[in-house]
Write a protein that binds this ligand. Structure first.
Ligand code: AMP
Ligand code: MN
Ligand code: MN
Ligand code: MN
Length: 279
């Protein structure tokens, strides 16, 4: 059956979302989502409970994850969909990524301490439900709570983005690793929110060439951070590369996301929806 409202991008407390996976599942169903994926950063820990809750709510579910990679120095996110969560290629790769995150978080804490803001690593850990998945979002929430800035986006702007004191370089997975793990586990790799990367048009095309060569098949066209212009632009690129198109809110929580689960425009009609590759 053709889904009326699929949402293939969102987060729970297993990564940097604000709601537990079962609550995200119920919220998606209540919002009219009929085909859903939970895509926590670098961790598969929420999928079983998300699937069980989706089943109860009568909503179709596919496994998802959002993998942090770096391509030619640019941090990029790759969404994996419809894989076997028990496959060691994917789960083993993600285990390593999370170990790297922990060590990075400590360096971020050191770097903030050096400018006179001590204890931020320890504070961020308290904001993370999953101790092995500490994200800049947890740093930002803690820093708002101690009055360093008025909201999460200001913390990012002044402390947590490249060139700012709390930002440290980190070696994420490579594009080939992430797509390899996803494909080996039987899934489909999708470029997350392409409109958010600070890249020239030429670099974007070079990136998409590499993504396709490495076995990537999909691109988010409609997503929480895309303007109508982004949707038109990435729809054109999806046609050019013969990619399947995805749609995802990137919902993190009611307080922090502009777009709620399922509440975003439909894909342009001529595009091939990515769920066709999964079911
Ligand atoms: P990390 O994976 O630790 O680098 O953290 C990235 C996460 O921080 C993203 O997935 C978002 O949840 C959040 N984030 C990134 N940039 C911003 C921003 N400018 N404002 C608010 N949240 C952001
Ligand atoms: Mn996030
Ligand atoms: Mn992302
Ligand atoms: Mn995301």
């Amino acid at each position: 059956m053709t889904p009326a409202n699929f949402d293939f991008h969102c987060h729970s407390t297993v990564s940097d979302g604000l709601l537990p996976p079962e609550v995200v599942a119920k919220r998606a169903a209540a919002n009219g989502v009929d085909l859903w994926a939970l895509t926590d950063h670098d961790d598969l820990g929420g999928l079983a409970i998300a699937r069980a809750t989706a089943d109860e709510a009568g909503m179709d579910f596919v496994n998802g994850v959002e993998i942090s990679i770096e391509w030619k120095g640019v941090p990029i996110h790759i969404v994996g969909l419809g894989f076997d969560a028990a496959h060691p290629a994917l789960s083993g790769g993600l285990d390593e990524l999370r170990t790297g995150r922990l060590e990075r978080a400590k360096r971020m804490g050191d770097s903030l301490a050096a400018i006179g803001i001590p204890g931020v690593y320890e504070g961020a850990v308290c904001f993370a439900t999953n101790p092995s998945l500490i994200s800049r979002a947890h740093f930002a929430r803690y820093m708002v709570s101690i009055g360093i800035a008025r909201d999460v986006s200001s913390v990012f702007q002044y402390y947590l983005t490249p060139g700012k004191p709390g930002y440290v370089d980190h070696r994420w997975a490579t594009l080939e690793e992430a797509i390899g793990w996803i494909n080996t586990a039987g899934g489909v790799a999708v470029v997350a929110h392409p409109g958010r990367y600070k890249m020239s048009g030429g670099d974007m095309r070079r990136f998409l060439d590499d993504f396709k060569d490495a076995g990537g098949q999909g691109i988010e066209v409609t997503c929480g951070s895309h303007s109508p212009d982004h949707i038109m632009h990435f729809a054109r690129l999806a046609r050019h590369y013969a990619f399947h198109a995805s749609r995802g809110s990137d919902f993190h929580g009611p307080q922090e996301s502009y777009v709620d689960l399922g509440k975003l425009p439909q894909l342009p009609e001529d595009l091939k929806p990515v769920w066709r590759l999964i079911r």
